[in-house]
Design a binder for this molecule. Structure first.
Ligand SMILES: Nc1ncnc2c1ncn2[C@@H]1O[C@H](COP(=O)(O)OP(=O)(O)O)[C@@H](O)[C@H]1O
Ligand SMILES: [Mg+2]
Length: 265
C-alpha cells in the first residue's frame, strides 16, 4: 500500500516566482492498482512522480509504502524498488552500451553488490524477455542501444524498469514522444509487463491522452493545480467516457475552458 498524505511542494518558495506545485495532495494506492493520471499542463503530475521517486522532497506531508515512511528517503535507495520511464526515449538507456550490457545494468539494481557476469544463462534469459517485446531485439544482443529507434529504446527502458521487480512503476507520458505506431506498441508492452506482475505492482501512469487514461489500468486520478480533484475506479469507471471526464474537469475547476494539452485522441 502506498499512502500519500497532505503532500505539499513549492518551487522557489518565498520568492516572487513561488509556485505551489503540489497542494495538500492525498492518495491511497493498493497493491495491484494501475492508476492513470491526467490533468492539464502544469497541474503537478511530474512533480508528484518526482516526489514519490525521491528526486524531489516535499515541504509538507508524508509518503508511506507498506507502512514505512519514505518521505525523505534518498532517491538512490528508492531506485531499488521503483522503476521509472520518462517521455524522452533517450533517457532510460545508455547509448554507447550494448543491449545486453544495458539489461545487465538494470538487474544490478535488484542484486546490489552481486557480480553479474554476462554468461550464457543470462543471455538466454535476456533473449527470451526481449522476444516477448516482438521487436526483434533478441537477434543481436551486442548491438549498441544508440542505434535503435525511439520506440525500440522505449521498449527496452520499459523492460529494464520492470525486470528487477520493483514495487512501484512510474510512467511519465512515456509514449508522448513516439510516433503513433510505436506509441501503441509501448502501451501494449506496458499492459503486458504490468499484467505479468498482477496484483503485486503499483503503477502510476501520467498521460495527457484521456482515451488512454480510461482504457488502461483500473483507476483514474485527475489533477489540477497540485490537487487530486477526481478519482474514479472499478465499475463506476467502466461506465464513463471522455465527455464525462471533460465535464467533471470544467465543473471541478469551475472554469469552462480546457487546455489544448488535454488531448482527446
Ligand atoms: N524545477 C522547477 N522549478 C520551478 N518550477 C517548477 C519546477 N518544476 C515544475 N515547476 C512548476 O510546478 C508546476 C507543476 O509542474 P509539473 O509537475 O511539471 O506539471 P505537469 O507535469 O502536470 O505538467 C508548474 O507550474 C511548473 O511550472
Ligand atoms: Mg509533466
Amino acid at each position: 500500500m502506498l499512502v500519500i498524505k497532505g503532500l505539499t511542494k513549492y518551487f522557489a518558495k518565498n520568492t516572487p516566482h513561488e509556485v505551489l506545485a503540489i497542494n495538500n495532495f492525498n492518495l491511497r494506492v493498493k497493491k495491484g492498482d494501475f492508476i492513470t493520471i491526467i490533468g492539464s499542463n502544469g497541474a503537478g503530475k511530474s512533480t508528484l512522480l518526482n516526489l514519490i521517486a525521491g528526486a524531489l522532497q516535499p515541504d509538507q506531508g508524508e509518503i508511506r509504502l507498506d507502512g514505512k515512511i519514505i518521505t525523505y528517503q534518498p532517491e538512490y535507495q528508492r531506485a531499488r524498488w521503483i522503476g521509472r520511464v520518462f517521455q524522452n526515449p533517450l533517457l532510460g538507456t545508455a547509448p554507447y552500451m550494448s543491449i545486453e550490457e544495458n539489461l545487465a545494468l538494470s538487474l544490478k539494481r535488484e542484486r546490489r553488490g552481486l557480480r553479474l557476469g554476462l554468461n550464457k544463462y543470462l543471455r538466454e534469459y535476456f533473449r527470451s524477455k526481449l522476444s516477448e517485446l516482438e521487436l526483434g531485439l533478441e537477434k543481436d544482443l551486442a548491438k549498441k542501444v544508440g542505434l535503435l529507434s525511439g520506440g525500440q529504446r522505449q521498449a527496452m527502458t520499459m523492460m529494464m524498469a520492470t525486470m528487477f521487480k520493483p514495487k512501484i512503476l512510474l510512467l511519465d507520458e512515456h509514449t508522448a514522444a513516439l510516433d503513433p505506431e510505436s506509441s501503441k506498441k509501448i502501451l501494449k508492452i506496458t499492459e503486458e509487463l504490468v499484467e505479468e506482475r498482477k496484483g503485486d505492482l503499483i503503477t502510476l501512469m501520467v498521460t495527457h491522452n484521456m482515451k488512454q487514461a480510461l482504457e488502461l489500468g483500473n483507476r483514474t486520478v485527475m489533477m489540477d493545480r497540485g490537487c487530486n480533484i477526481f478519482d474514479i475506479q472499478g465499475e463506476e469507471r467502466k461506465k464513463i467516457d471522455i465527455n464525462y471526464l471533460l465535464k467533471q474537469f470544467s465543473k471541478l475547476r469551475k472554469q469552462e475552458y480546457i487546455e489544448d494539452r488535454m488531448v482527446l485522441g
